[in-house]
Design a protein around this ligand. Structure first.
Ligand code: MOS
Length: 739
């Protein structure tokens, strides 16, 4: 294998920079009408009436779809009950209830976007607000009534081992602190967008999604139609970060409006509508208790999370899972609780659980190190887990020691004076902080097809997604190696629900799930071509044994006599069928029962803090990761770097602020919801250590989509403490908190 791992350029790079890559809202569909979503302006209550009189005067208006005239969706289908619809609890205008501000309450369709927007603005919505049951918009109040979630991903909400109380008392130093992470919104540059077109019973959806097959099944199940009648297309995604992993209301509303209007309909969320109906990272309060002996060895740890959820659905941020597996500690408790609020339902966002949980765990470890008077890195090493203490399983591989060592060396950690406020650069306080990064290595079943064409090029296909991460590129590399053809002769197609099934591109699983299927399809196609050649008397390889044949650069040859060779193109041409095709599936075995599988890393951060203004700058980050086999050095490092940038956003900028009177996001735009820009980012050095993992999947690759963000916020907070002596326990670390 030679192409896997190589730092080749993105195969879709040219299409993207030249503007020929079409995103969901850009597809040309005949007879297209334009829809806008109208959303609620209250957080709780019900709609008494929607007056459409003024809207009706807008020229070009085609449809105002409200709860008063909408299609009634089936409550039962062949597949079972559709209440709530498959997946998430959606707002599909089936009743008049309002559960959060910015909830979809109507769709307006017109000949032009401008007309739809104008008509939408003219709707007069009359609400009934229940005076006795005011909207729950205060987390402090909501926290007074919590309930446990059923599960935390696949794990239990609470765990306990040993005796935490005794462990806390037996330590010579302890920490009891609560960390807060705010509501954040994903804000991919491409907003959610759907074009829905019906042709009789057939529905075609161009939808920006992280899960083609999920859209197909959810839409079919909710509308009560056969999934065979739904085709989802999405060749390019302009960022997802988790919000496009679920099907939200607008996708179905677009399909319903298209049916009612009798026209294909395009519905694009405006930026403000990204703040409510399409998921968010919930606010969390995480109480950490840690105790350790003088040498740093932990005697107890406890991690108790309370997160908000919506009134209509339970979704828990899995903050405590990292704590269960990260450090060797004899006494431990973790718990997760939910507090209902009149906000949109939370969802997966950029390393859900590990990003937010690592802020609490890795900040508290830093606090403990300071209490004990030992180096923060040494504290991690003193508690290094050789096997997963939560699952009591060995790790499939773990290179965290190497990550710590290499990161410390590259960063210059040994030159750190541990005393806060001890380092300066001119009038800036300088702080150095570090934290551990980790993310689980997941895998699902995947499938792919491989086709050899008579011109010697190969096409591989799977209904997977490329969120901008590099799926097109790395699958092309895997396919080229598996088949034995030059990478330029392989084309990889994705983004079509009719292609062989692939799982959601969430949880950093795409390479681990689809990669093995592409590998298997390439191998199967190679074998099939060999079989055709040795059975064809026109082939120079006629009569040879299949196992004696090798392949290179698109040619089969006899290992013992390389002059006997046959090009794949020639084999297909003689075969007469036009193309030779195979399909393959790959699914995880029971490795996850035998091993705990995670990627690990270490992140080191330098901050400069302006003492007078409280401004924090991050001139330098070093992140070192053990992620198994990296599929592409260039796109892989870019992805890890992008994760670190997301982590800096979490540390310093990102927070959705709600108006406590009405539950509206007051910074629901990209001017006031701050994400890092180039000017906010200094040097980011990304390194990976050699790591061979034969257990995770046949490629030995661990997911890298999300680990980059983990640990960063804690490392920044730890560096800010080192610079200033001020411990900031609530994100983001804005200047007001430092003044
Ligand atoms: Mo990612 S937040 O698991 O889509």
């Amino acid at each position: 294998m030679t192409i896997i791992g190589a730092p080749i350029n993105r195969t879709d790079g040219w299409a993207k920079v030249s503007g020929t890559a079409l995103y969901s809202a850009e597809h040309k569909v005949d007879g297209l009408a334009h829809a806008v979503l109208v959303t609620s302006t209250i957080a709780s209550g019900r709609i008494k009436h929607i007056d459409t009189g003024e809207a009706g005067k807008v020229p070009g208006l085609l449809l105002v779809m409200t709860h008063e005239n909408v299609l009634q969706l089936p409550r039962e289908t062949k597949a079972g009950k559709v209440s709530p619809p498959i997946g998430r609890v959606l707002s599909l205008l089936q009743d008049a209830d309002v559960h959060y501000n910015n909830q979809p309450i109507a769709v307006v369709v017109a000949e032009s976007f401008e007309a739809a927007r104008e008509a939408g603005a003219r709707l007069r919505v009359e609400y009934e607000i229940y005076e006795r049951a005011p909207a729950k918009l205060d987390f402090e109040e909501a926290k007074q009534h919590v309930h446990p979630p059923e599960k935390v991903l696949t794990q239990k909400p609470d765990t306990q081992r040993g005796d935490v109380q005794a462990g806390m008392l037996s330590g010579s130093a302890s920490i009891d602190a609560t960390y807060r992470t705010p509501v954040e919104h994903h804000n991919p540059i491409e907003p959610h967008a759907t074009i829905a077109a019906w042709d009789g019973e057939q529905l075609t959806l161009y939808d920006s999604t992280q899960y083609m097959k999920g859209v197909q099944r959810t839409v079919a199940g909710t509308l009560g139609i056969d999934p065979e009648n739904v085709t989802v297309l999405c060749p390019y995604v302009g960022g997802g970060f988790g919000c496009k992993g679920s099907v939200w209301s607008h996708v179905l509303l677009a399909a319903m409006a298209a049916k009612m209007a009798g026209r294909p309909v395009k519905l694009v969320l405006d930026r403000n509508q990204m703040f409510g109906p399409v998921g968010q990272r919930p606010v969390t309060d995480q109480r950490m208790r840690l105790a350790a002996m003088t040498d740093g060895r932990l005697t107890a740890s406890a991690h108790d999370t309370v997160a908000c959820t919506s009134m209509i659905e339970d979704w828990i941020e899995p903050c405590g899972l990292m704590t269960r597996m990260m450090y060797e500690v004899p006494n431990q408790e973790t718990s997760h609780r939910l507090a209902r609020m009149n906000l949109g339902t939370p969802t997966f966002m950029r390393a859900p659980g590990e990003a937010s949980g690592s802020f609490a765990l890795e900040s508290s470890m830093d606090e403990l190190a300071w209490e004990l008077g030992i180096d923060p890195l040494l504290l991690r090493l003193q508690n290094y887990a050789e096997r997963d203490p939560g699952k009591d399983l060995p790790f499939s591989s773990k290179s965290l020691r190497q990550c710590y060592a290499l990161g410390a060396e590259r960063f210059g950690w040994s030159r750190r004076d541990p005393a806060p406020r001890s380092m300066r650069d001119g009038d800036k306080l300088v702080g150095w902080g570090m934290a551990t990064a980790t993310y689980p290595t997941n895998r699902s079943k995947g499938a792919a097809s491989a086709t050899m064409l008579p011109d010697g090029s190969a096409v591989f296909r799977s209904s997977t997604q490329d969120l901008g991460t590099g799926t097109y590129t790395v699958m092309t590399q895997i396919a080229a190696d598996a088949l034995g053809v030059p990478v330029e002769r392989v084309r990889f197609e994705l983004g079509n629900s009719q292609l062989p099934e692939a799982p959601v591109s969430g949880g950093s699983t795409t390479v681990a799930s689809v990669g093995p299927a592409v590998l298997a399809a390439g191998g199967a196609l190679r074998l099939k071509l060999i079989g055709i050649a040795v059975a064809d008397e026109r082939s120079p390889l006629f009569g040879a044994l299949a196992e004696d044949i090798d392949v290179r650069d698109g040619e089969l040859f006899l290992r013992a006599d390389p002059s006997r060779r046959d090009a794949m193109a020639a084999i297909v041409a003689r075969h007469g069928s036009g193309a030779v095709e195979v399909e393959a599936e790959a699914e995880p075995g029971d490795a996850s029962k035998q091993f705990s599988m995670h990627a690990f890393g270490a992140v080191f951060v330098e901050v400069h803090v302006d003492e007078l203004l409280g401004e924090v700058r991050v001139p330098r980050v070093v992140g070192v990761y053990g992620v198994g086999k990296l599929m592409n050095q260039k796109t892989g490092h870019s992805q890890l770097m992008g994760g670190i940038v997301g982590g800096l956003g979490m540390a310093l900028f990102e927070e959705t602020v709600f108006d406590k009177r009405n539950g509206r996001a007051v910074n629901g735009n990209l001017a006031e919801y701050h994400v890092p820009t180039n000017a906010d980012i200094g040097s980011i050095e990304v390194l990976t250590v050699e790591e061979v993992d034969p257990h995770v999947n046949p490629l030995g690759a661990k997911g890298i989509g999300e680990i980059g963000i983990t640990g960063v916020a804690a490392a920044v907070a730890n560096a800010v403490f080192h610079a200033t002596g001020r411990r900031i326990r609530d994100l983001p670390i804005t200047l007001d908190k430092l003044l």
